[in-house]
Design a protein around this ligand. Structure first.
Ligand SMILES: Nc1ncnc2c1ncn2[C@@H]1O[C@H](COP(=O)(O)OP(=O)(O)OP(=O)(O)O)[C@@H](O)[C@H]1O
Length: 941
């Protein structure tokens, strides 16, 4: 069947000004221009004028626009009515309300008393009524061979957890008693991807949600109401009853039709066809985006806001990517759609760009104070108009059978009611049986995976887990290679030509003496170099090591000798301004590393004073144990630094409070070393071997819409350096996916970044010669296309489907514009005019001075942090060119270098490759930088 595409139907609904806004005298900035079908946002003051970049108004055309006076009636009739009817033909459909907080999404979807005091029926109750009208009509026709079954389920996506709204009872008590993490394990639902019966597509499916079977509209309406009462709501400055979760109410329609193809013949057989149609109607009320500064969210609400904004940002990116893809389709280009960036986008995968008929209702506020959000909503809605879905009916299990009617016919020669009823029932039983079997199979698999996950989590707490995991990984890989069954062809691993020739030519599988295709290979010359690097490192270790029995201490010594540490652990440093020439930044970092770190000293003092207080009770021990488990990796790095800062403490017995944590840590480090080698100093700690864990984590997306790049995908385990820097109790980003991603990267035979970096550290080679395109700078000069082409996306939904961990930190990159001419500085120009000078900008072009660049970059950094803070982003990440970072530090910007193997991909072919080759990665807490800049540089927001 030819696949027909249909655009997403987008409409805009503006609510009236609410009493608060009227009381505060807000002006309206939204109007409708009927002749051009545009929703127009108008600049009502200087601020909005600025946001429109000098234009007085901006118009967005939409087929359907609903002003404050409109009710849901017209939206329903125009857009939703036809959708509900399509569901009975087997099409999936979605109605999705989107917009900032307080803009009227819940009002549109659920109804209630409006600002004008009138009670309005929302879209969902209307859908329920309409749907059962159709069911009744079908039933009224009394076609015997037809059966309809309606079920529904209600979910909410709250703080990235999927929950069943129909079984909330007792959730609060359980959370307060056992903590959310425990409750999540029992109440959280799984999102997985399954193959559809028809079309062979992979669609998202929520496993474990309670499906309520309903037989009439009242029953369904009651179910909906009960579920929505359970939804997480809260009060903010912008909405008294703000939804803090995305709600998805799904109605499943299952229709079975038995058609009699041939009536009973002389052989007493009839030929019948039984067809099943099933469709899903999703009614989605998203939580609204909010600027936390305005909503006043703190604590729990702040966390909620961060999650809401994160999901919506991902949704925006999906919309932009799909719209771009639709535009590019004329050139038959297929782009990457970042569905997997959030649970919300995964859930809506089928509704946006899938096979659903979709209506997007963009809700906006008319108030001038909401100008920016309104403009943003309209911008995305406008892009969404371009998205094309491919609706296909879900008709499956159409069976034609010869049947011997066992019951006498009502009319001579024809199949009677009772026979058809019997056939239907029989078919229904068969279907139930089939579904039951499928459910059981799935449940069994889920149980198996849950057991596996639990066992793995237990195992991960055991000392030496990392080591075991690495060994196991290599063992599996060795078997896989030997059998010649590599599931991933090398060509798929790195999909970009720029990255060819990655690494130094010798890959770690040379240890296995095998290539990825399973054939035996001679070792390359690089292996000798490795050997020498190894012995050199061991020599250094031997000369610096003072306490042979302590793994963590040896590790500490090593960490001081090498910039690159093992197991993804790395340290960070607060940088201080340094006077002197603008040397290569990379070269400058070693002396600083040796100099120790204030924050570590502080930490040590804190723990010491704790110990001095004699606070060594059970509670503390438990807490220390917990802390040691959760931050063990970070502590290793930290411990290493501490030891360097206070070497005289080594001889002293460690305070009791520290012992617990250190024992854990130490245990882990030692256990990672093969037992046979434990007492041999030279072999006890093999830096290279321990570093052989795959750990390059780089998957970045460029938001082509803006000038900022969004750098994502951080895992708990492998970015512990970053995680360790977060304030206590910050939810840790975690993603099982990363482990998988790493494994994939491992399969690239030429990639051996860690080893190469070791060689650079041991001065066997220079960075430029050795690393080639593996190291570089993302931000300072990125060209959007170039980076887009470097996207790694190795995730296979099939293999990842049960790994449902999605929390991530968002890291933002910063671009410094490199224009040759500087725009006139207003203040300077004004001063000069006042002083009677000619306008210096008039005829000649003023080049940028380095101070200009610095000011500009700091301004940008400030703007970035403000934006990030408003969006609930906690930490930032950038790779500025070396000199610039130095200057930032001089200007008091608090940055910390990440000394891990986190390296970015920058193609050697890039014209400025050499210039940026020594760039380093810096990390910062957004609020610190913003506050610092505000304070020191007197920047007025
Ligand atoms: N079109 C409208 N006409 C009349 N009143 C409206 C309209 N839209 C919204 N309202 C009222 O505005 C208030 C906020 O609306 P609502 O709660 O639906 O916003 P929301 O977008 O769902 O917000 P959040 O994202 O915070 O949940 C409610 O009191 C609602 O009744």
């Amino acid at each position: 069947m030819a696949e027909e595409q249909s655009s997403i139907q987008v409409c805009v609904r503006a609510r009236p000004l609410n009493p608060r806004e009227r009381h505060e005298g807000h002006r309206e900035c939204v109007s409708f221009d009927e002749p051009t079908k545009q929703v127009v946002v108008t600049a009502v003051d200087k601020n909005t004028l600025l946001q429109l970049r000098g234009k007085t108004a901006l118009g967005y055309a939409f087929d359907r626009r609903y002003g404050p006076e409109c009710t849901s009636d017209s939206i329903y009739d125009d857009r939703v009515h036809a959708l509900v009817e399509s569901c009975f033909k087997g099409y999936n459909a979605t109605v999705l309300a989107y917009g900032q907080t307080g803009s009227g999404k819940t009002h549109t979807m659920s109804g209630g008393q409006g600002i004008h005091g009138l009670v309005e029926e929302g879209i969902t109750p209307r859908v329920i009524r309409h749907l059962f009208q159709i069911v009744e009509n079908i039933q009224k026709r009394q076609k015997p061979g037809e059966q309809i079954e309606v079920t529904a389920c209600a979910l909410e996506l709250y703080n990235e957890d999927l929950l069943d709204l129909s079984v909330r009872s007792g959730r609060e008590e359980l959370i307060s008693k056992n903590g959310w993490d425990t409750v999540r394990a029992s109440m959280g639902l799984k999102l997985q991807h399954t193959h559809t019966h028809t079309h062979g597509r992979v669609v998202p499916e929520v496993v474990g949600a309670h499906e309520k079977k309903v037989s009439n509209a009242n029953e369904l309406a009651k179910f909906y109401h009960d579920c929505m009462v359970n939804r997480s709501t809260g009060s903010t400055k912008l909405n008294d009853r703000s939804s803090r979760s995305h709600a998805i109410f799904t109605i499943n329609i299952h229709r079975t039709i038995v058609d009699v193809l041939e009536e009973v013949g002389s052989d007493m057989k009839a030929r019948v066809r039984t067809s099943d149609y099933s469709s899903k109607l999703h009614l989605v009320d998203l939580a609204g985006s909010e600027r936390v500064k305005r909503s006043g969210a703190t604590g729990k609400e702040l966390k909620e806001a961060c999650n809401i904004n994160g999901g919506l940002l991902a949704l925006g990116n999906v919309i932009v990517a799909l719209a771009t893809e639709s535009e590019a389709k004329k050139e038959s280009k297929k782009g990457h759609i970042p569905y997997r960036d959030s649970k919300l986008t995964r859930l809506l995968q089928d509704s946006l760009g899938g096979n659903s008929l979709t209506v997007l209702i963009s809700c906006i506020s008319p108030s001038e104070m909401d100008f920016e959000e309104t403009n943003n909503t309209l911008k995305y809605a406008n892009r969404a108009c371009l998205i094309k879905n491919t609706p296909l009916p879900n008709n499956y299990a159409s069976v034609e059978e010869d049947l011997l009617p066992s019951l006498p016919t009502n009319a001579p020669g024809g199949l009677g009611m009772m026979q058809l009823q019997a056939l239907l029932e029989d078919h229904g039983r068969q279907r139930e049986l089939r579904e039951k079997k499928e459910r059981e199979k799935r449940d069994k698999e889920l149980r198996r995976l849950a057991d596996l996950a639990a066992a793995r989590s237990e195992e991960s707490k055991r000392p030496g887990y990392q080591r075991l995991r690495a060994q196991q990984y290599y063992e599996d890989l060795r078997k896989q290679l030997a059998s010649g069954k590599t599931s991933i062809p090398t060509s798929q691993v790195i999909g970009d030509e720029n990255l060819k020739g990655f690494g130094s030519g010798r890959h770690r599988f040379a240890d296995l003496n095998m290539s990825v295709d399973g054939t035996l290979q001679p070792l390359t010359p690089g292996s000798n170099e490795r050997g020498s690097a190894r012995s050199r490192i061991q020599l250094m270790r031997a000369s610096t090591s003072r306490t042979p029995s302590s793994g963590s201490k040896r590790y500490g010594q090593l960490s001081q000798s090498h910039n690159f540490q093992r197991g993804g652990v790395s340290s960070s440093q607060d940088w201080e301004p340094q006077a002197g020439p603008e040397n290569d930044f990379f070269e400058q970092e070693s002396p600083r590393a040796q100099a120790g770190n204030d924050s570590f000293v502080e930490d040590e003092q804190a723990s010491k004073s704790q110990a001095d207080n004699g606070d060594t009770g059970e509670d503390q021990e438990a807490a220390a144990k917990q802390a040691a488990i959760s931050k063990s990796k970070f502590r290793r790095g930290q411990g290493a630094q501490k030891e360097a800062a206070t070497p005289e403490k080594e001889a002293e017995p460690e305070p009791e409070t520290e012992t617990q944590g250190e024992t854990e840590t130490q245990g882990e480090v030692e256990a990672q070393t093969p037992t046979a080698e434990t007492n041999n100093e030279d072999q006890t700690y093999d830096l290279i071997q321990d570093d052989s864990m795959p750990k390059l984590l780089a998957r970045f997306r460029v938001n082509t819409h803006d000038t900022l790049a969004v750098y994502k995908a951080i895992s708990k385990e492998d970015f512990q350096d970053v995680v360790g820097l977060l304030p206590e109790n910050t939810p840790l980003p975690a993603s099982e996916k990363m482990t998988y991603l790493l494994a994939r990267l491992e399969l690239n035979p030429n990639r051996d970044l860690n080893e190469t970096l070791q060689r650079v550290v041991s001065k066997e080679t220079t960075m430029n010669e050795a690393v080639g395109p593996a190291v570089g700078c993302l931000m300072a000069t990125f060209g959007t296309n170039m980076i887009s082409s470097c996207i790694f996306d190795f995730e296979d939904p099939e293999e990842l489907k049960y790994y449902d961990v999605e929390e991530r930190i968002e890291l933002w990159g910063l671009q410094i514009p490199h224009t040759s001419a500087r725009p006139p500085l207003e203040a300077v120009a004004a001063q000069e005019t006042e002083a009677g000078k000619e306008n210096p900008q008039g005829s000649e072009v003023t080049p940028w001075t380095s101070i200009d660049r610095l000011n500009m970059s700091i301004g940008l950094l400030f703007a970035l942090c403000t934006h990030a803070l408003d969006n609930g982003i906690r930490c930032g990440f950038c790779v500025p060119r070396p000199q610039l970072l130095k200057r930032w530090l001089q200007a008091g910007v608090r940055m910390r270098q990440i000394q891990s193997e986190l390296k970015l991909i920058y193609p050697e072919s890039a014209h400025d490759y050499d210039y940026y080759k020594a760039s380093t990665v810096a990390y910062f807490m957004v609020n610190e930088v913003r506050d610092g800049l505000e304070e020191r540089l007197a920047i007025v927001p």
